[in-house]
Design a protein around this ligand. Structure first.
Ligand code: ATP
Ligand code: MG
Length: 278
């Protein structure tokens, strides 16, 4: 009867980002298995070393950082202004997003103290800014932020506890054109990220209700919503708007064809997608 990898070998192959075909191999006996493991592990370690060498010799910045630059370049060209808001968010602002104690997202929130948390999303502070900027700049207001967000997630290949969100919002004369504009913005971001293979799908979410999601394969890369929306009045927003949020590590996973998002995120085990214990 054929034998498969030991649990330790399988875990090691996954760490090194072996493809599923390699993880699923079977062997007539232990000697054949050990020989094959040595060969595959060696090849994968060499691949990881090559990534680290390229980082040191050429790009000097991980894909996540380079992607952020590309996005900033493209969005500012399109007239969007970058904003930088606090990572610490008040309970009041979360409530204003209707995320109260009973809300599903509330269970995912990291609390700093009774009244402050690490932001699980960028939207509350962007909502807050929109009102002032609408008054100061007039329409349209086009802003975006890129920064860390935090959510308690039960482990999974595509969820991190800390990830980088890009959220862009446009407020202005968009009556009847919201879906169209949202799609244009989704295309702009995908072009800037050099991702060609994706689709847009209508969906539902707990915060915004109807959303338009951007999907690559089975993975949600981004989620868009638009207003006038029932969330708007407490924030003093009366104009139509469109907004879309992306997880940058999910974009990196897609661009780099990684099997696990941990390769793309903040890490002391991986650097630019390469495993360090090789
Ligand atoms: P999912 O259903 O995959 O958990 P979500 O509906 O909770 O996603 P949103 O709240 O719509 O996600 O957040 C917008 C984007 O932020 C997502 O499309 C995704 O790219 C990214 N994102 C959300 N949660 C995480 C996470 N834990 N790790 C990495 N990226 C995330
Ligand atoms: Mg989620």
């Amino acid at each position: 009867m054929d034998i498969t990898w030991t649990a330790t070998q399988r875990q090691r192959l996954r760490e090194l980002d072996a493809d599923e075909a390699a993880v699923d191999l079977s062997f007539p006996d232990r000697a054949a298995r050990e020989k094959c493991f040595k060969k595959i592990e060696g090849e994968l370690a060499a691949k990881n070393r090559a990534v680290l060498r390229a980082l040191k010799e050429e790009s000097r910045r991980p894909l996540l950082c380079r992607l952020e630059d590309q996005l900033i370049g493209r969005l500012t060209e399109e007239g969007f202004v970058q904003v930088v808001t606090p990572i610490i968010l008040s309970r009041g602002m979360l409530r204003k997003m209707t995320i109260t104690d009973e809300h599903p997202l509330n269970r995912q929130v990291f609390w700093v103290d009774r009244n402050r948390c690490l932001r699980p999303m960028l939207a509350p502070h962007l909502y807050h800014l929109l009102r002032d900027l609408r008054r100061l700049w007039g329409k349209p207001v086009r802003i975006f932020e890129i920064g860390p967000c935090f959510r308690k997630e039960s482990e999974g290949a595509y969820h991190l506890n800390e990830f980088t969100m890009l959220n862009l919002v446009e407020l202005g004369d968009l009556e009847g054109r919201q879906e169209e504009r949202l799609k244009e913005l989704a295309v702009t971001v995908m072009e800037a990220a050099d991702i060609a293979d994706y689709r847009l799908e209508k969906d539902q979410c707990h915060v915004y209700g109807n959303t338009i999601d951007l999907i690559a394969g089975d993975l949600e890369l981004g989620s868009g919503a638009y207003g006038p929306h029932e969330l708007d009045p407490p924030w003093g927003i009366v104009d139509p708007w469109v907004g879309i949020g992306f997880g940058l590590e999910r974009l990196v996973v897609t661009i780099g064809a990684y099997s696990n998002i941990r390769r793309a995120g903040r890490s002391i085990s991986y650097l630019d997608g390469a495993r360090l214990n090789i």
